[in-house]
Design a protein around this ligand. Sequence first.
Ligand code: NAG
Ligand code: NAG
Ligand code: NAG
Ligand code: NAG
Length: 274
Amino acid sequence: MHFAISMSKNLIWVFVILPNFFSLALSDPRASESHLVCGADKNPYNSSFIPNFYNVMHNLIKQVANHLSGSYFVATPSPAIYGMAQCHRDLSPVDCQVCFSEGRVKLPKCLPSSSARIFLDGCFLRYDNYSFFNEATDPKYDYVNCSSSKEVLTDKSLLMDFNSKVAQVIKNVTETAVVNKGFAVSEVRGGVVAVYALAQCWTTLDADSCRLCLNLAGSKLRQCKPGAGGRALYAGCYMRYSTERFFNIAVDTEEGPDKGEFNVRVGIRSLELL
Ligand SMILES: *[C@@H]1O[C@H](CO)[C@@H](O)[C@H](O)[C@H]1NC(C)=O
Ligand SMILES: *[C@@H]1O[C@H](CO)[C@@H](O)[C@H](O)[C@H]1NC(C)=O
Ligand SMILES: *[C@@H]1O[C@H](CO)[C@@H](O)[C@H](O)[C@H]1NC(C)=O
Ligand SMILES: *[C@@H]1O[C@H](CO)[C@@H](O)[C@H](O)[C@H]1NC(C)=O
């Protein structure tokens, strides 16, 4: 309960009066589904397949709870199943488990496909019949989903300003994530519309695969402009930009000790709007 300690006393009433509201404002597991892909090939019936699947999932949830990511495989008895889970690094451990659980509930829709992957807004989950842990791209399944453009961007100079902000945050997270253990957020404010971006490589990737994935994802994602947002959903990484601030962390202070205080400020600001 880090936030409770760093909070000043005269704010205690906020928690007493509106505990439910506050806990909602405090965190966001970003557990909404953005893309589920079931592999086209079905696994031939084998009594070991489903138990192996659950064995892998069970191990992943233990790793995710401790590290925000995990990978595991079961090779015997065959058929082999490889699994991987990854939360975006701005999620708290609790939010990560919420996001993972949501993906974990939806992924079995694909059974008995021999592979499947699901992208949620805060995490990723995949299983397959081979070791894919260092896979950067996959032309068959890599996907970019763009949203439509904002109505306020009717003016030509506003549009140019917006497009250049999108290019800037994408460039920024691409360059920063590669040298920052695979994670970065960026924002450009000022003017009529702000733009926010986040990049996350899976932690099983080496630096070269991470760079390769982010470069490809970024160049495709750039083509979403002047769309108000977009998500690049790649085999080895995730990148998103939006005009809404969708991440849980201050730019430039990721994982800092003030994370709790930052969340408190967000909570108080939301209360003022009531
Ligand atoms: C694209 O994104 C929208 C909004 O998040 C979602 O509703 C839609 O299902 C996505 N499309 C695909 C094919 O995943
Ligand atoms: C994985 O599944 C695919 C499709 O069913 C199959 O072609 C491939 O040989 C399998 N790979 C392994 C290592 O079992
Ligand atoms: C199917 O499962 C049995 C054990 O339940 C195992 O011995 C066998 O190798 C499996 N066959 C295939 C094709 O995976
Ligand atoms: C990314 O943006 C931050 C501020 O948001 C800035 O401090 C940093 O220098 C930028 N990095 C790159 C590589 O553009």
